[in-house]
Design a protein around this ligand. Structure first.
Ligand code: GTP
Ligand code: MG
Length: 303
């Protein structure tokens, strides 16, 4: 990986951009080095966002919806990069969602240059996926992309952690299935700054939006907005796109989000420790205990 790639990626070359992101994915490009070459990413104020996570159960319509949102944002000349995190099937080793819908917006020549879409295949990643997604996000922002959207299936811990990296989290839901709001869903909704109840063309969408609003009323502080959309019929999508652009943090999700970030940071510290190999060896031999291992990595147990 040469610095030329970074420079070419910065000048807008898509192939160099793809190679840069692949190098982050397979561990051949160090993030600190990349940011030194590209220049730092400016912090955003609490009022605006640079990164937005779109998360929700498989098949609720996240990609279809994102297709419409991207179209709306492109009309306002906002340059948006998307990182679609593909969970891998542990059984086949292949992508779990092999038949994902293809976003049409990336093929639209009229929107050339405004949108970039990249999948992050968890099976190919050399390290922790949230760490890789975080690094890719930083590099995309440093390369001049104005917004980075992270699409994740809100199922596993790693995906939730990817979502928690973002400045704002949008949870996409489908119509009610008669099971109300169970624990798993409640956990995800806890992180939401906004909820889009998609497939509003199907029965049960309004009912489910009401259920979610009610569940939010039980919490403290302002409730996140809950909007109905139909990505299929493009209803409510433009409105949702406008609402999301000015979305503020719901505040109530902050603690949950920092919890996820703290855990991710801790994991990163462990994985990046130069002593990791040595420590694993000693753990395997039984010559040290876990607490000692943590102490020697200098994580949270540092005294
Ligand atoms: N009826 C209806 N179907 C929709 C709507 N939006 C998406 N779909 C359909 O739902 C299916 C899943 O859509 P995707 O956009 O791939 O959903 P996703 O949430 O991105 O799925 P994963 O990435 O696999 O988790 C597709 O067959 C879409 O055509 C909608 O508003 N109404
Ligand atoms: Mg999808």
């Amino acid at each position: 990986m040469t610095d030329d790639f970074l420079a070419q990626a910065k000048s807008g070359d898509r192939r160099s951009l793809a190679r840069t992101l692949s190098a982050l994915e397979n561990g051949t490009l160090d993030i600190h080095h990349a940011l030194k070459i590209l220049g730092p990413v400016s912090d955003v104020s609490d009022e605006s966002w640079q990164t937005l996570a779109i998360t929700g159960a498989p098949g609720v319509g996240k990609s279809c919806l994102l297709d419409g949102l991207l179209r709306s944002w492109a009309q306002e000349n906002i340059r948006v990069a998307v990182l679609a995190v593909d969970p891998s099937s542990p059984r086949t080793g292949g992508a779990l969602l092999g038949d994902r819908v293809r976003m049409t917006v990336v093929d639209d020549v009229n929107l050339n240059g405004l949108i970039y879409l990249r999948s992050v295949a968890t099976r190919k990643a050399s390290g922790s996926v949230p760490v890789i997604v975080e690094d890719m996000t930083k590099v995309l922002l440093a390369l001049g992309w104005q917004k980075v959207i992270i699409e994740t299936v809100g199922a596993g811990q790693s995906e939730v952690r990817c979502a928690a990296l973002a400045d704002r989290i949008v949870v996409v839901e489908g119509p009610a299935r008669g099971d109300g709001i169970q624990a798993e869903k409640a956990g995800l909704l806890e992180l939401a700054d906004a909820v889009l109840v998609n497939k509003s063309d199907l029965p049960g969408a309004e009912l489910h939006a009401d259920e979610i609003r009610e569940s939010f009323e039980l919490g403290i502080g302002n409730s996140p907005p809950v909007h109905l959309t139909s990505a299929l019929h493009s209803t409510g999508v433009q409105e949702a796109a406008a609402m999301l652009l000015t979305l503020s943090s719901s505040g109530r999700s902050k603690r949950a989000r920092w919890r996820e970030r703290l855990l991710a940071h801790h994991e990163r510290k462990i994985l990046e420790s130069p002593k990791l190999d040595e420590i694993l060896e000693e753990l395997a031999k039984g010559s040290i205990l876990l607490d000692e291992a943590l102490r020697s990595i200098g994580g949270s147990h540092d005294e």
